[in-house]
Design a protein around this ligand. Structure first.
Ligand code: C2O
Ligand code: CU
Length: 421
């Protein structure tokens, strides 16, 4: 099952001509792991860092689950055990462009890991950055109720600044930061430069801004080219998205209703800026590693809403190109293709679209061309009435989900797939 959509994407593609074999898609089985992690999923009463308890799911007895840290080039081996989650679980490495077999999508790349069962994931992390992991089984319930955690890939050989996690999540109506409510303090001496990794694990965007000027160092695990100081503007972090913000202590970063103080003194809450930083023009342009003006394939991807039946249930459902799930075409590509998606949204609501296994660069919005740093994303808000053009290279064979990360919308059918022929 993928998003609570029972087993309908559980195709066995192994016998199809032209498909790459699983052996081609996994890390060298003979190579020893550089980082080994044990993750045990369980169900029950979660005690948050704030001391509050909620009913939900945990990894290793906590929510968020443990921070997984690796260095670029490492082979990460995660041994997952599902203790007692009845619906089964899987673990998806959100934003890490892993080989398809390791993508952790129950019903597409593996079977769900049943209660009492084990599964081992092995993948090499090539791209330093901020990521997260979460269950991809009945996700709209399991993720929202706590089955997720952060993952950071550090660059090799570069000294790291003060590194701070800022994982935002809403439990039963209360927004938290690293499982805490209110203001979280990270002690740092004045003048210390910190990289604050904002990870949005919620169903909707969160606004973040700092009391002092800041820079956006990276988005979705990809560095911004020549980021400049931002003042009087907020960033909007889409559901599933990550923004790495650089601040100099003392600073207070507001993340929705929670805040992170970096430093020994709290500079106090700065009011929310009216203006949002536009990533389309932020930073400096630099050449793309492919020619986006000559795509091999262009797909129109129009999100709407219409009456119909989903799972035999009448309702007003999300549609893609006028179709309701599962009557949605796969976007079929060949390896090496330069692919353009033209994503339109006429549905009346914002959709944070997440493409698995790939990063796409935003080319334009409503015809306005990008002028800043290449803005690479794996999670992108598509507002109502908006048209975004994004491009990527089909360089990771397999079957990949492309869905709304408002996980309720995904469970309501806003799910497509990218497939290599
Ligand atoms: Cu973060 Cu398909 O998911
Ligand atoms: Cu949506």
């Amino acid at each position: 099952d993928t998003m609570g959509l029972a087993d309908r994407s559980g195709h066995d593609m192994s016998g199809m001509p032209g498909m790459v074999s699983v052996a081609d898609l996994v890390a060298d089985p003979g190579r020893p792991a550089d980082v080994t992690v044990d993750l045990t999923a369980s169900q029950g009463t979660v005690t948050l860092a704030s001391g509050r308890t909620v009913e939900g799911y945990m990894f290793n007895g906590t929510s968020p689950g443990p921070l997984i840290e690796a260095t670029e080039g490492d082979l990460v081996e995660v041994r997952v055990h599902n203790d007692d989650v009845e619906d089964g679980i899987s673990v998806h490495w959100h934003g890490v462009d892993v080989p398809n077999a390791e993508d952790g999508v129950a019903g597409v790349t593996q079977d769900a890991i049943g209660a009492g069962e084990d599964h081992v994931y092995r993948f090499v992390v090539d791209d330093p950055g901020t990521y997260w992991y979460h269950s991809h089984q009945v996700s709209h319930t399991q993720v929202l109720r706590g089955l997720y955690g952060p993952l950071v890939v550090h660059p090799r050989g570069r000294p790291s600044a003060v590194d701070v996690m800022a994982v935002t999540h809403t439990y039963a109506g209360t927004r938290t930061l690293n499982g805490d409510e209110g203001v979280v303090t990270f002690g740092a001496s004045p003048g210390a430069v910190a990289r604050v990794r904002v990870v949005n694990t919620d169903n909707g965007a969160v606004q973040a801004w700092s009391s002092a000027p800041y820079r956006v160092l990276a988005v979705d695990g990809r560095e911004v080219n020549e980021p400049t100081a931002v003042e009087g503007k907020r960033v909007s972090v889409p559901a599933g998205g990550r923004y790495d913000l650089e601040v100099t202590a003392p600073a207070r970063i507001q993340i929705g209703s929670t805040a992170l103080v970096v430093g020994d003194d709290d500079p106090g809450r700065a009011p929310q800026p009216r203006d949002e930083l536009d990533m389309l023009s932020y930073g400096s342009p630099t050449a793309l590693p492919f020619d986006a003006s000559a795509p091999d394939r262009t797909f129109r991807y129009s999100i709407g809403r219409r009456p119909g039946f989903l799972d035999g249930k009448p309702g007003f459902w999300w549609s893609i190109n006028g179709h309701l799930w599962p009557d949605i075409p796969m976007y079929v590509v060949d390896e090496g293709d330069v692919v353009v998606f033209e994503i339109e949204n006429h549905s009346g609501e914002v959709h944070p679209m997440h493409l698995h296994g790939h990063h796409a660069v935003v080319l334009s919005r409503d015809g306005e061309e990008a002028t800043g740093s290449p803005w690479w994303v794996d999670s992108l808000d598509v507002d109502d009435g908006e048209t975004l053009r994004v491009a990527f290279v089909a360089d990771n064979p397999g079957i990949w989900m492309d869905h709304c990360h408002n996980l309720k919308h995904a469970a309501q059918g806003l799910v497509a797939h990218l497939m290599y022929s």
